[in-house]
Design a protein around this ligand. Structure first.
Ligand code: APR
Length: 325
C-alpha cells in the first residue's frame, strides 16, 4: 500500500498541538528547546531576525535524532506560520542590562508587544498567550488590551520562575532535594514580589519549623533579587534557563489540561480587592482553557499588606503605558 502525503500533511495532523514562541533570543530559543524536548507539540520559533529564528530551529531540530523527540520545529519571521497555534509564548523584547530595573524596559518592550499582538490576533485568535517579556505584569496587561482576549487566555509568567527560585534557595539552605520543597511567590514580578513563607514546606514540614527567621528572611531577599544577581554576573543580558522553563511549565499545564495550581499573573476582577483590571500573580488552576480558577488564598494581615504594595507597584508602572504610541 502506498501512502501519499503532501508537504505539511500528517496522518495524525489533527491531534498535534502547536506552540508558537515569539522571539528567538535567549529566552525564546530556550523555551523552544524545553518544549521540543518535552514533546509538547510542534514548535514555531518567530523573530524579526529571521536568520536567527531559522538557524536556531534547524540546530534544535538536528538534536531530535539524538535526544529522540518527535517535534517539528520551524523558524520564521512570518506570522502566517503561527496560524492556529494552541499556545503562544511571547518572549520578544529587550532584556535588562546590569543595574537596570525591569521597569525601565516599558517603552521599548510595549512597542514590540503591540506588533506581536497584532500578529497573534490575526493568525492565532483562539490561542492562549503566555507573556514573558519584562516588565512582565505590565506587558501582560498591555498584551491583554491589545489582543482583546478574555482573561482566561492571557497569562503572565513570573510566579512560576520566582517560586522556582524560592524553592531552590530553600533546598540549598537545607541541603535537601529540590523535589521535596514547596513554596509559592505571588504579586508582581519585580522587587515587590511576595514570597509566601507560610506556603513553604520541606517534605510537608512547614519551613518556619525548620529554619530560624533570619535565614528565612535571607532566602526571601535572595528570591526577590535573584534576577538581578544573575544579570550582574552575565553583564550583557538576563536570565533565561529558569524563565523559559517557567513558561513551559505553564504551556504544559495548558496543552495537557493538567489543572496545575501555579502562581500566574492574571487580570483580577475583584479578587483580593483588586477591581481596576491590574494583572498580578496569584495562585491559579491552569488547564486546557488557560485560567480555570483563581485559588482564594486567605492572606494574613502582613501578607495582605505586602500584596497590596505589590499591586500598587504594577499600578504605578502602568502609568508608563500612557505614553506608548
Ligand atoms: N518581533 C519579534 N521578535 C522581536 C521583536 C519583534 N517586534 N523585537 C525584538 N525581537 C527579538 C529580537 O530580535 C531578539 O531575538 O526578541 C529577541 C530578544 O532576545 P534577547 O535579546 O536574547 O532577550 P532575552 O534574554 O531572550 O529576553 C527577552 O524576556 O525575560 C525577558 O527581560 C527579558 O524582556 C526580555 C525578554
Amino acid at each position: 500500500m502506498q501512502i501519499n502525503l503532501s508537504e505539511g500533511d500528517s496522518i495524525m495532523a489533527h491531534t498535534r498541538k502547536k506552540i508558537a514562541v515569539i522571539g528567538a533570543g535567549f529566552v525564546g530559543s530556550t523555551t523552544a528547546h524545553w518544549a521540543a524536548q518535552k514533546e509538547l507539540g510542534d514548535v514555531v520559533l518567530l523573530d524579526i531576525n529571521e536568520g536567527s529564528a531559522i538557524g536556531k530551529s534547524l540546530d534544535l531540530a538536528q538534536a531530535a535524532s539524538i535526544e529522540m523527540f518527535d517535534t517539528k520545529i520551524k523558524g520564521t519571521s512570518n506570522y502566517a506560520d503561527i496560524k492556529d497555534a494552541d499556545v503562544v509564548i511571547v518572549t520578544a523584547g529587550m532584556p535588562r542590562k546590569p543595574g537596570m530595573s525591569r521597569d525601565e524596559l516599558i517603552g521599548i518592550n510595549a512597542k514590540i508587544v503591540k506588533d506581536v499582538c497584532a500578529g497573534i490576533k490575526a493568525n492565532a485568535p483562539n490561542s492562549i498567550v503566555i507573556v514573558v517579556c519584562n516588565p512582565m505584569d505590565v506587558m501582560a496587561l498591555y498584551a491583554k488590551q491589545q489582543l482583546g482576549f478574555p482573561r482566561e487566555r492571557v497569562l503572565g509568567m513570573g510566579g512560576c520562575l520566582d517560586s522556582a527560585r524560592f524553592r531552590t534557595f530553600i533546598a540549598e539552605e537545607l541541603n535537601v532535594s529540590y523535589k521535596d520543597v514547596t513554596g509559592v511567590v505571588v504579586g508582581n514580578h519585580g522587587d515587590a514580589m511576595v514570597p509566601l513563607v507560610r506556603t513553604a514546606s520541606v517534605g510537608s514540614v512547614p519551613l518556619i519549623d525548620l529554619l530560624p527567621a533570619d535565614k528565612i528572611a535571607a532566602i526571601v531577599q535572595r528570591t526577590k533579587s535573584a534576577g538581578a544577581e544573575i544579570g550582574g554576573h552575565l553583564k550583557t543580558g538576563s536570565a533565561y534557563y529558569a524563565p523559559s522553563r517557567g513558561a513551559v511549565e505553564m504551556a504544559e499545564a495548558i496543552l495537557k489540561d493538567q489543572k496545575r495550581v501555579l502562581p500566574v499573573a492574571v487580570e483580577l476582577k475583584g479578587e483580593f480587592g483588586v477591581n481596576d483590571g491590574m494583572m498580578v500573580g496569584v495562585m491559579c488552576v491552569i488547564g486546557g482553557n488557560g485560567l480555570e480558577k483563581i485559588i482564594d488564598y486567605k492572606f494574613n494581615a502582613d501578607e495582605k499588606a505586602e500584596f497590596e504594595k505589590s499591586v500598587n507597584a504594577v499600578r504605578a508602572l502602568c502609568e508608563g503605558l500612557k505614553t506608548v504610541q
